[in-house]
Design a protein around this ligand. Sequence first.
Ligand code: NI
Length: 274
Amino acid sequence: MPDPANPADGGLLVVLAPGIASPELAGLDIEATAEALPLIVDAETALEWTAPEWRALAEQAGQPFAGVPAPATSVPIDCSLVPCVALTYDDGPSGYTPQLLDALAAQRASATFFLIGSAVPGGADTVRRTVAEGHEVASHTMSHPDLTTLSAAAARAQVRDAAALIEQTAGVPVTMFRPPYGAVNAAVIDAVGMPAILWSVDTNDWRRPGVDVLIDRAVNGVSPGGIVLFHDTHLDSVTAAPAIVEGLRDRGFEPVTVSELFGGSVPAGRVSSR
Ligand code: NI
């Protein structure tokens, strides 16, 4: 048997914890492993088991280090298994949006941006960057009216015109909207024909409560499946983003887009959490 403390031939040292039970062991009248059991997996098998990054590293044995492939930047997250939270930002694109995108990219976190159509042409590069970096974009109307005060045709045009503009700019389909002021009713939803995304946590960032309060509201106020409302037109919400992502992950939550929160199938009608 090779020396478990020194698997120098490229083998993998695996230590089975005490108390492992298996049908195979039971067949040998062994209820469970009694003590930690070191095993060496031979090099060939170990390479089959391990991640591409490790294989690339192992294949460079004896050669100058040439780096390893970067891990995939976006691993699909199953929010039926993992507690997820959707961070959402309204009223952009704004001059602060690039700073927010920098912060989210640094932590590989995704968010959803509800864009105002009239701001899209002036912020087209930011909109394209938002999509290119894996975030979701959706409609927040052309000019931010209370949709419940409009005719069905006007409400539909407010949402759909902005959606079309975003689609033309970013080259992705827009399938959701957020009604300004959260003002929505059945007539608006029928007229628009898209899910109306509301929220479960309103940070009230527009009242300028300060960065620390925003962090506390977002991190400690949210439950699994929650949707948190911010505005990327407020610098404090952008400044707070790194600590919010970190705080959510400390609680075991993963920040995702609204579509990811629902596994790609956002329900129709009024939606405020999973
Ligand atoms: Ni708004």
